[in-house]
Design a protein around this ligand. Structure first.
Ligand SMILES: Cc1ncc(COP(=O)(O)O)c(C=O)c1O
Length: 394
C-alpha cells in the first residue's frame, strides 16, 4: 500500500474502540445503555423537514452556488447580527457541509507546513487530526480542572511561540461543557491581536448555555472580527446532524478562499437541505430553547448524581450536553491501568457505554452525553455507581 505521510500522521477516532465493543455486546442481546451520542435525541422539527420536502418537489435539486444559496447567506448574516451581535454581510458568510467541513476548509486556507494551532485540552477530537491533515502542528494547552476547564488569557500566553498561527476556542465546550465568560474572551482577543494569532471560534453549542449568556468573540470589535472565523452549524441546534449543514463567518477575503476549497472539493452544500435550514432560521431559536430547557434538567440530574458518588469529582458543565467527570481515583494501575480500561470495565460490568477522556486529550476522565431520556440517565447512573463501587477507591 502506498500511503501519504499526511494520512499516516492521523489517528482513527479512539471512540470507535468502545463503540465497536458496545455494538458487539448489543448484537449478543446484552442490554447496553449508550451515552456516547454527540447529537440531540430530538427529531429534526417538522417545519424544517417541510422546507426541504417543498424544495425537492419544486425541483431545487441541482448544484447551488459554492458558498451556498444567497437567501440562506442573507438570512444567516441577519441572524448573526441579531443573535451574536456580529456586524455581518452575506459576503462574509459561507454555508458548509457541517461545521466539520468548515473547520477543515479553514485549516486548509490558513496553515503552512509547521504552523502551530493552539488547541486547549480537553478538546473535541477532530481539531488535532484536521490540523495534522493540513500539515499543521496541534499545540496542546492543558486546561486546569480547578478553573472549570475554562481557557484564560494568562494560560493562553503560556502556549504562544513564534510559530503560533491560530487558536481554537470552543465555547460551550465539547467535552467539558465549559463556557468562557465575556470578560475572559475580551482578554483573549487582546492577546491574539497583539501576537498575530487568528481565532477559530467553534460555537456549535451556543444555544445550550445554562448558567451564563453565550458571547461571540467576533462581536468585540471590527479588528477582532477581522482575525476571527466564527464556526457554527444547524447540526446540534436544530437536531440536523445528518443534514450536514454549517456555516463560517469571516472576513470576505477569507470567505473567498474557503469558497475555492469548497468548489474544488464538495462543490456546494446539499441543495434541498439548505432550504430546510432557511425554515430553521424562521423559527428564531424557539426549538433550541425547548431542547435547552430539557437538557438543563438532565445536566442538573447527572451532575448531582456524579458528585454524590464516593471518589468522583466533576466540574459542573455550563453548556453543551456532555459531562466530563474525573474518575482518576478508580484507576489503580493494576486491574484498571487507564481510562480505556475503565470505560471497558463500565461497559462489561456496568453495561454502559461512555467515551474515555484520553480521546479528548485528558486521561483519567470519561465523557457522558446526556442527550438521551431521563429514564436512560436514571438507569445509567445507577449502573455506573454500582460498577464504580465495586472498584477499590483510594
Ligand atoms: C465542538 C464540535 N465542533 C464541530 C462539530 C461538528 O459539527 P457538524 O456535525 O456540524 O460537522 C461537533 C460535532 O460533534 C462538535 O462537537
Amino acid at each position: 500500500m502506498e500511503f501519504s505521510e499526511r494520512i499516516k500522521r492521523v489517528q482513527p477516532s479512539q471512540t470507535l474502540v468502545i463503540t465497536a465493543k458496545a455494538k458487539e455486546l448489543k448484537a449478543k442481546g446484552i442490554d447496553i445503555l449508550s451515552f456516547g451520542a454527540g447529537e440531540p435525541d430530538f427529531d429534526t422539527p417538522d417545519f424544517v423537514k417541510e422546507g426541504a420536502i417543498q424544495a425537492l418537489k419544486e425541483g431545487k435539486t441541482k448544484y447551488t452556488p459554492s458558498a451556498g444559496i444567497p437567501e440562506l447567506r442573507e438570512a444567516l448574516a441577519e441572524r448573526v447580527k441579531e443573535k451574536n451581535n456580529i456586524d455581518c454581510k452575506p459576503s462574509e458568510v459561507i454555508i458548509t457541509p457541517g461545521a466539520k467541513m468548515g473547520l477543515y476548509e479553514i485549516f486548509t486556507v490558513i496553515l503552512n507546513e509547521g504552523d502551530e494551532v493552539i488547541v486547549p485540552a480537553p478538546y473535541w477530537v477532530s481539531y488535532t487530526e484536521q490540523i495534522k491533515l493540513c500539515d499543521g502542528i496541534p499545540k496542546i494547552l492543558d486546561l486546569d480542572e480547578e478553573n472549570g476547564f475554562v481557557l484564560t488569557a494568562d494560560k493562553l500566553k503560556e502556549a504562544i511561540t513564534p510559530k503560533a498561527k491560530a487558536l481554537i476556542l470552543n465555547t460551550p465546550s465539547n467535552p467539558t461543557g465549559a463556557v468562557i465568560p465575556r470578560e475572559e474572551l475580551e482578554k483573549i482577543a487582546e492577546v491574539c491581536l497583539k501576537n498575530n494569532i487568528l481565532i477559530i471560534s467553534d460555537e456549535c453549542y451556543e444555544e445550550f448555555c445554562y448558567d451564563k449568556e453565550h458571547f461571540s468573540i467576533a462581536s468585540i470589535s471590527e479588528e477582532v472580527k477581522n482575525i476571527t472565523f466564527t464556526v457554527n452549524a444547524f447540526s446540534k441546534s436544530y437536531s440536523m446532524t445528518g443534514w450536514r449543514l454549517g456555516w463560517v463567518i469571516a472576513n470576505e477575503e477569507y470567505i473567498k478562499k474557503l469558497t475555492i476549497v469548497q468548489s474544488q472539493t464538495v462543490s456546494n452544500p446539499t441543495s434541498f437541505a439548505q432550504y430546510g435550514a432557511l425554515k430553521a432560521l424562521e423559527d428564531k431559536g424557539k426549538f433550541p430553547q425547548m431542547m435547552k430547557e430539557e437538557f438543563k434538567k438532565r445536566r442538573n440530574f447527572v451532575y448531582d448524581r456524579f458528585i454524590s458518588i464516593d471518589g468522583v469529582k466533576s466540574t459542573k458543565p455550563e453548556g453543551a450536553f456532555y459531562i466530563f467527570p474525573n474518575l482518576s481515583n478508580f484507576i489503580d494501575g493494576e486491574r484498571i491501568k487507564n481510562d480505556i480500561d475503565l470505560t471497558t470495565y463500565l461497559l462489561e460490568e456496568g453495561k454502559v457505554a461512555v467515551v474515555p477522556g484520553s480521546a479528548f486529550g485528558k486521561e483519567g476522565y470519561i465523557r457522558l452525553s446526556y442527550a438521551t431520556s431521563m429514564e436512560n440517565l436514571k438507569e445509567g447512573m445507577k449502573r455506573i455507581e454500582e460498577a464504580l463501587k465495586k472498584l477499590k477507591t483510594i
